[in-house]
Design a protein around this ligand. Structure first.
Ligand code: GLU
Length: 618
């Protein structure tokens, strides 16, 4: 937390609360309540608006804005900007994301696609190493991920501006205030931040601008020390006074382009750091896009999520359509493992289709309607043996020829390698009017491209690594100039009878899709409480031979039954014993009766998240 800024905010808030609740509450005693802005609590229940993020300062920023009378959109931008300070390796103005909004007045869900975009001059062989005798692509790690060539035109500033313009009630300047305060006063370094810096040390040392900012004095930041980012505070001030044009045009845009075309690497680094193709024209041309959400109905709930260029909405939606054909609530009564078996098999099928069909709809014809057609889901469900795990990978279905009956051969095998990296951040916000925001934003992997724009305080994304790295004209997610790489981000809002029931999302690369889906299955089919649904051990089947799973899942009774009875093969996710072994870092808000809401964050993953409400009681 920023040592002075947030403490003062907390005291002010606690005193303000004492007026509204009629009880004198000291800041210390407020800790046990759910509206404390200084302490990380993974759940908070109450009224008047709520927020869940991975970070206490970001959640406090949202609460501050809601208390000032801002709405969920204003608060979401404030939280996102603060995450750019405190989670600079996961998200920030150097990246992109997807913004999903439920408007209480019209009872409609809207979305903004703020995905990074390939520069106009990006050749289709951009990822091929010119020094390779065989014409092979760069190694994914570390060459491709630490490069100018992987930097897409950032979409985050344009997303904030578009969201505020369409639905916000505050100016960009007002929503940036809390983040500027945190960047100026500093925040307290925690173990997650230190560890993420260490994980990136070699890459960060390759760029003097990154080393100076994130390895002060050449050293890792110490847990408990105060971390300030004056350059970012200045950049935010520039956007506050001049608007996001100051990002997409002018000196800042020129600095971004220079960092991409001539990556500011140190003379002694051994990393090749291939240069990129972005120009000031690319930045000036960037637009965040208004999009219709995806929609499916699952057991009476209307599930809305992000349409392509993300594969999140179609893949979560298709898997739900597949699962809808089985009576999972009945199965759940005696056999949780049976429910999870269906979940794992459904995601394998949905991933086969995602890999074959989903890319940027501005460039490829994505069969969104077919992928989300319950009849297609019914036919795909034919592939599931209720008692045995199918051999993976399973083939994709045929969107041109289906009738819901179990008699059609599926099309060819999906043949893609899953090379997405696994970091990002997610936030959920609601307000007293009933508006809801679910927003996932990223700079791709933890630490993005590693390139800090000199003097500007933020790291550029490496999102273009989400394209398939070798150009194949038949693949939906092939590299093309001006195109958005396929994402897995799945910010999701679930309605029941047109009213919000649940909003949720997560980071985690391609496992975002399975995390959102598993949480929905846990909540709806296994009827867990939302905090348990979110905290439960996770497993992610993405049409691979092994189910990637957290160790706690593998060791659970369900995990054992899935292996021994159903034949699922598990591989522990990431590096055991490190945070990479976690799948996701989700946030959610569930909407209860009488305008009560329950905000939920991770109790443990990524150091635990922060849920807050405006008023713990009415
Ligand atoms: N690049 C990923 C995507 O767009 C997000 C990265 C992550 O969540 O780890 O799907």
């Amino acid at each position: 937390m920023p040592i002075l800024g947030r403490r003062l905010a907390a005291i002010t808030a606690a005193l303000a609360m004492s007026v509204t609740t009629g009880a004198l509450v000291s800041p210390a005693s407020a800790h046990s309540g759910s509206s404390d802005e200084t302490k990380k609590e993974p759940t908070a229940t109450g009224y008047g608006g709520a927020v869940s993020t991975v970070d206490v300062d970001a959640s406090a920023a949202a609460i501050e804005v809601l208390r000032k009378g801002g709405n969920a959109v204003d608060a979401a931008v404030a939280a996102a900007a603060t995450l750019g300070v405190t989670e600079p390796y996961s998200a920030g103005i150097g990246g992109g994301g997807y913004f999903v909004y439920y408007d209480a007045k019209s009872k409609k869900v809207h979305t903004i696609d703020g995905r990074e975009t390939a520069p106009a001059a990006m050749p289709t062989d951009a990822f091929v190493d010119p020094n390779s005798p065989t014409g092979a692509p760069y190694n994914f790690t570390p060459e491709l991920v630490t490069s100018g060539v992987s930097v897409g035109v950032p979409g985050t500033p344009a997303t904030w501006e578009r969201a505020l313009h369409r639905w916000g009630s505050m100016s960009l300047a007002e929503t940036l205030e809390p983040a500027i305060e945190v960047a100026t006063d500093g925040f307290e370094v925690d173990e997650t931040f230190r560890q993420q810096t260490e994980d990136n040390q070699v890459r960060f040392e390759a760029f003097p601008s990154t080393r100076e900012l994130f390895l002060p004095g050449g050293k890792l930041p110490k847990v408990g020390s105060v971390f300030k980012n004056h350059d970012l505070a200045d950049t935010y001030r520039l956007l506050a006074s001049k608007g996001t044009e100051a990002f997409y045009e002018g000196p800042l845009a020129e600095d971004i382009v220079e960092a991409v075309q001539n990556p500011p690497k140190s003379a002694d680094t051994e990393l090749p750091v291939p240069a990129g193709f972005m120009t000031t024209k690319d930045l000036a041309k960037y637009r965040a896009l208004d999009q219709d959400p995806t929609h499916v109905n699952y057991r009476g709930y209307d599930v809305y999520s992000m349409a392509p260029s993300s594969s999140g909405g179609t893949t979560v939606g298709e898997a739900l359509n597949i699962l809808e054909t089985f009576d999972l609530p009945a199965l759940a009564e005696n056999d949780e493992a049976a429910v999870l078996h269906h979940y794992l098999e459904a995601t394998a099928l949905a991933f086969a289709d995602r890999n074959k069909y989903v890319g940027d709809p501005a460039f490829v014809d994505v069969p969104v309607k077919q992928l989300l057609d319950p009849v297609f889901g019914k036919e795909r469900a034919c592939e599931i043996d209720p008692l045995h795990a199918a051999e993976k990978p399973v083939p994709a279905g045929d969107v041109a020829d289906y009738n819901g009956a179990c008699d059609i051969e599926p099309a060819a095998l999906g043949d893609e390698k899953d090379t997405e990296n696994i970091n990002t951040t997610n936030l959920t916000v609601s307000d007293k009017w009933g508006n809801v925001v679910e927003y996932t934003l990223t700079i791709e992997q933890t630490g993005g491209s590693g390139i800090t724009v000199p003097g500007r305080g933020f790291i550029l994304n490496n999102e273009l690594t989400d394209f398939n790295n070798v150009y194949n004209p038949t693949e939906a997610n092939r590299i093309e100039p001006g195109k958005r790489p396929r994402s897995s981000m799945s910010p999701t809002i679930v309605l029941k009878d047109c009213e919000p029931f649940l909003a949720l999302g997560s980071p985690g690369g391609a496992s975002i899709i399975t995390t959102v889906l598993q949480t929905l299955v846990n909540r709806i089919d296994l009827t867990m409480k939302i905090e348990d649904a979110l905290a439960a051990p996770r497993a992610s089947q993405r049409n691979a031979a092994n189910v990637s799973a957290e160790q706690a899942f593998i060791d659970s009774d369900n995990g054992k039954a899935l292996a021994s009875k159903y034949g699922h093969k598990f591989a522990a996710a990431g590096d055991p014993g490190t945070s990479a072994a976690d799948i996701g870092a989700a946030t959610a808000i569930e909407f209860l009766d009488d305008n009560k809401v329950r905000a939920v964050a991770e109790p443990v993953r990524r150091g635990g998240g922060s849920a807050m409400v405006v008023n713990p009681s009415r």
